[in-house]
Structures are given as C-alpha cells and as structure tokens.
Design a protein around this ligand. Structure first.
Ligand code: PGA
Length: 247
C-alpha cells in the first residue's frame, strides 16, 4: 500500500475559535490545485464547523485525541466515532502533552489507536524523548520502546503515521540537528519493519517540534521524514503555508 507523501498536519491544541476558521479558509484557498496532503486538527468543538467551512476543500480535518470506547460514562471524553461523524478523518494520539498531563501509557495509547481504526480514523501516533533522556543517551531506546508499546498489531496493513516529536523541541524553538532527526527516523523505520514486516515500510514518519517556515525545507527533505506535525506555526495560514510550500 502506498500512502501519499508527505502529510503536513497542523495541531491547533487548545487554541482557536469560530473566528479562527478564517485562517483555515485562507489556507484552503491557497492550496487549491496543489497535490500536498494537508490536515488541521482543531479542538473538537471546531471539527464540525471546520468541515462546513472547508466543504469541497482538500484540507483534511483531524481530532487531537479519542477515548478507547465507542460511548459510555466517560465525562469530558470523545470517541473516534463522534469525531468521524463530526467530519474528522484522522486523529492525533499519544501526544506528549497528553502522556504528561493525563498519564497516558503506551498501553492506553495503543487502545486508542485501536479505537481510531474501529471508528474509521487514520491515526497519527506521537512518540518522543525528554531532554534528560536524550542527554543520557537514551533517546533511541525510549522512542523505539514507545513505538513497540503504542502501536497495536491491528495496524498491520492500515494507513497510519508516526510523529517523532522530541518533547524538548515542542514549542521551544529548539530542534534536533538534521543528523539526530535522520538517526531517529531511520531507527523508527527499522522498528516498524521489526513489528510489521514488509508493511512497516509504508507508514509515514512525521517530524514535529518547532517546525516553522525557516527550517521546514531542510527537515522535510531529511531521510525518512514523511511530513510534519506542526503546532504553533499551524495557527496562522501564512506560517502554515510557508511550511507546506517547503515540501
Ligand atoms: P510546535 O508543536 O510546532 O508548536 O513545537 C508541535 C506539536 O506539539 O505537535
């Protein structure tokens, strides 16, 4: 199976309002005719309105998390099926902010990935090391263990992405060197091959963490970088477009 490359996905986190849909409209208009695959993952309240705002546009819409179950007594949560009904086609799972703030374990993330597949959403599964782990020389072992723990066997043959996001690079303006990015992406590809056999060559491996227009070209052209997961710079159409144009 070939997955269109690259994917540039914007993670709005807990930002945005109905007024911000104008940024999404501007983005969609500027993309028309371009073949790159672009997604925006807004807060869940904006998924439905964004679908309406972007009807007939090529911009895909994603959620930022989903619960493992379809429905039930889980106050404040949202299921993959609910996101899909509102217009999402993909979902970010295991973001480090959720792993840190909500104690999400690899097992929990794997259960959510299963839920995403059940609900018809394409998962973007996030992994990444802390600065202490990198300084201790543990980055590769931490991230490959996260891959093994967070990706259920049911992903074999399915369309999904892994996003490598060093935690110390998120929202800080810091980025790893190109050789550190390539070393990690190659290690992730090898682990995907171990886990999924020949199917392990298909998933995109996105880089995330302080991607901006000025560094996007070199990052996006590094070995095994199949796209980007972009936080802050996805909130403004002009910045996000600057990244997309670097593809
Ligand atoms: P950033 O966030 O681009 O603002 O560093 C990336 C992310 O958390 O996905």
């Amino acid at each position: 199976m070939t997955i269109p490359r690259p994917l540039i996905a914007g993670n709005w986190k807990m930002n945005g309002s109905l007024a911000a849909l104008e940024e999404a409209r501007t983005l969609a208009a500027a993309l028309s005719g371009k073949s790159v695959r672009v997604a925006i993952c807004p807060p869940s309240t904006l998924v439905g309105p964004m679908r309406q705002a972007l009807l007939n546009s090529q911009v895909l819409i994603g959620g930022q998390d989903c619960h493992p179950e379809v429905a039930g007594p889980f106050t404040g949560d949202i299921s993959a099926e609910m996101l899909a009904e509102a217009g999402a086609v993909m979902v970010i799972l295991g973001h480090s902010e959720r792993r840190a703030a909500y104690g999400e374990t690899d097992d929990r993330v794997a259960a959510k990935v299963g839920a995403a597949l059940r609900g018809g959403l394409e998962p973007i599964v996030c992994v990444g090391e802390t600065l202490d782990q990198r300084k201790a020389g543990d980055a590769l072992s931490v991230v490959t263990a996260q891959i093994r723990g967070s990706l259920p066997a049911t992903l074999a043959g399915r369309v999904f992405s892994v996003a490598y996001e060093p935690i110390w690079a998120i929202g800080t303006g810091l980025t790893p060197t190109l050789s550190e990015i390539e070393e990690m992406h190659l290690a992730i590809r090898a682990t995907l091959g171990d886990v999924f056999g020949t199917d392990g060559s298909s998933p995109l491996i996105l880089y995330g963490g302080s991607v901006k227009p000025s560094n996007a070209a070199e990052i996006l052209h590094a070995a095994e970088v199949g796209g980007a997961l972009v936080g802050g710079a996805s909130l403004k159409a002009t910045d996000f477009l600057g990244i997309i144009e670097a593809v």
